[in-house]
Design a protein around this ligand. Structure first.
Ligand code: PGA
Ligand code: ZN
Length: 416
C-alpha cells in the first residue's frame, strides 16, 4: 500500500528543472525516482508538463507537474491495494485520459511509475532488475554504448551528427567493457588535444570538437581505440552512431556540413561509412517523418547493420508494431519517458523482442543520478544500453550500477 507521494522540483544535468518523486510505503520505508528529459525529442513522444511561466526558469518550471503528483495522483493511489506495477500504471493512464499523458504530465506520471516499480521490488525483497524481469526472459548485462563525441543539439559545435558511441562488444565482461570505454575515452582526449581541438564536453559527457565531417570523427575514434590497445570492430570495440537526423532534416533535405542531401544520398553515405569504419549500429539515420527513406535504408543496410529507431518509434508499442509491419528499422531505442510508464515501456520491448528485433535501453540528454535504466536493461536481457560518456556523474551512475549488479551475481554479458 502506498502511504504517500511527494514530488519536488529539482535540477537535471543541464541545469533545467525536473522532478524527484519520493514514494512512502505504509511501513515507513521510502523509494525515489528522478525524471529524465530529452532535447532532441520525437514529435510523437509523451508530453512533459512545463509551467510556461516566463518568470521562472524561462517557462521550464515543473511546479504544476509536481502539484499533480502531490495532489491528484497522491489522492488516487494512496490507501489502495495494487497487485503489481501494471495495476498502478493502468490507474495512472486511465486517470490522465489523454493519449500523450499531457494532462497530468508524462514527467509526473513516469516519476510515479518508476518509484512504484521500486516500491514493489522493495516489498518483494528483490533487486529492481529481478522484479522487472518479464517471465521467461533471462537477465543479461548489456553492452554499454559510450557516447564519446557530441554534436547536434547536445553541443555548441558545428558537428551535425549528435552522437558517436564506442561499444566494447567483444569485451569479456561488463566491468572490462567499462574499462575499455574509459581507456578509449582517455586516448581520444589526448588525440583531440594533440590535434589542437578543444576537449570541453557536451550534454552527454562526450567531447565537442569543432569538426565538420562525421567521417573525420570516425577516423579519430578508430585511432583512439587502437591507441588504447583494443581492436576496432565487433570482436573488440565497435562504433555506433546516432545522427538524430530529424534535427538536421529541413524541407525534405538533410543538411550535413555544407551539403544538402536526399534520403538516398544519406543511405549511400552511411553505406560508405559502414564499409570504411567499424560502425555496427546507426540510430535515427533518417528523420522521423521519412518512412519511405527508412524502408529503403532498412532494405539496403539492414542485413549488415543494426538500424535503431528512436524519434521514429518513441518507445510506443503501436508504432513499433507499425514499423515491424512496414519493415522500417530493425531495432528500437527504449526510453521510459517517451511513453510515460514502466508497463508500456516493457510492452514496447516485448513487441520488438517477439519479432526478433534488438533493443537498446537509453538515458536522455537531461538526466539525474537515477539508475533505473541500468536495471531495466539487465531485466529485459536486451543486451544493449546507452547512457553517455564514461564521465559525468549522472552518466557514470548508470555504468557503476551495472558494475554493482555484475559483482553481486553471475549474469552473462553481451549482445543477445
Ligand atoms: P535526447 O537525445 O535525450 O536529447 O532526446 C538522446 C537521443 O536522441 O538518443
Ligand atoms: Zn536518438
Amino acid at each position: 500500500t502506498i502511504a504517500g507521494l511527494k514530488a519536488v522540483e529539482v535540477l537535471d544535468s543541464r541545469g533545467r528543472p525536473t522532478l524527484a518523486v519520493t514514494l512512502r510505503l505504509a511501513d515507513g520505508r521510502t523509494v525515489r525516482a528522478g525524471v529524465p528529459s530529452g532535447a532532441s525529442t520525437g514529435s510523437r513522444e509523451a508530453v512533459e508538463l512545463r509551467d510556461g511561466d516566463p518568470h521562472r526558469y524561462s517557462g521550464q518550471g515543473v511546479l504544476r507537474a509536481a502539484g499533480n503528483v502531490n495532489g491528484e495522483i497522491q489522492d488516487l493511489l494512496t490507501g489502495r491495494h495494487f497487485a503489481d506495477i501494471a495495476a498502478v500504471d493502468r490507474t495512472l493512464i486511465e486517470a490522465d485520459a489523454t493519449s500523450t499523458k499531457a494532462r497530468l504530465g508524462a514527467n509526473a506520471v513516469v516519476g510515479v511509475s518508476m518509484a512504484a516499480a521500486r516500491a514493489f521490488a522493495l516489498l518483494a525483497d528483490q533487486p529492481l532488475w529481478r522484479y522487472l524481469a518479464p517471465a521467461g526472459i533471462a537477465a543479461r548485462l548489456p553492452v554499454p554504448h559510450f557516447n564519446v563525441v557530441n554534436g547536434g543539439v547536445h553541443a555548441p559545435n558545428r558537428l551535425d551528427f549528435q552522437e558517436f558511441m564506442i561499444a566494447p562488444v567483444g569485451a569479456p565482461s561488463l566491468s572490462e567493457a567499462v574499462r575499455a570505454g574509459a581507456e578509449v575515452y582517455t586516448a581520444l582526449r589526448r588525440r583531440l588535444s594533440d590535434k589542437g581541438y578543444a576537449t570541453g564536453l557536451g550534454d552527454e559527457g562526450g567531447f565537442a570538437p569543432e569538426i565538420d565531417a562525421p567521417e573525420d570523427v570516425l577516423g579519430l575514434l578508430v585511432d583512439a581505440i587502437t591507441e588504447a590497445g583494443y581492436r576496432p570492430g565487433r570482436d573488440g570495440v565497435a562504433i555506433a552512431l546516432d545522427p538524430a537526423a530529424s534535427e538536421f532534416c529541413r524541407d525534405g533535405l538533410y543538411h550535413v556540413a555544407t551539403e544538402k542531401l536526399t534520403s538516398d544520398d544519406m543511405i549511400d553515405r552511411y553505406e560508405a561509412m559502414v564499409r570504411r569504419y567499424p560502425v555496427w549500429s546507426i540510430e535515427d539515420g533518417l528523420a522521423e517523418g521519412d518512412w519511405d527513406g527508412w524502408i529503403r535504408l532498412t532494405e539496403r543496410l539492414g542485413p549488415r547493420v543494426q538500424l535503431v529507431g528512436d524519434d521514429l518509434l518513441v518507445t510506443n508499442p503501436a508504432i513499433v508494431a507499425e514499423a515491424l509491419d512496414r519493415h522500417a528499422a530493425n531495432a528500437a531505442l527504449i526510453k521510459l519517458n517517451q511513453i510515460g510508464t514502466v508497463t508500456e515501456t516493457l510492452e514496447a520491448m516485448r513487441v520488438g523482442r517477439e519479432a526478433g528485433w534488438a533493443q537498446m535501453v537509453s538515458h536522455r540528454s537531461g538526466e539525474t543520478e537515477d539508475t533505473f535504466i541500468a536495471d531495466l536493461a539487465v531485466a529485459t536481457g536486451c543486451g544493449q544500453i546507452k547512457t553517455g560518456a564514461p564521465a559525468r556523474g549522472e552518466r557514470v551512475a548508470k555504468y557503476n550500477r551495472l558494475i554493482e549488479i555484475e559483482a553481486a551475481g553471475s549474469l552473462p554479458y553481451g549482445l543477445t
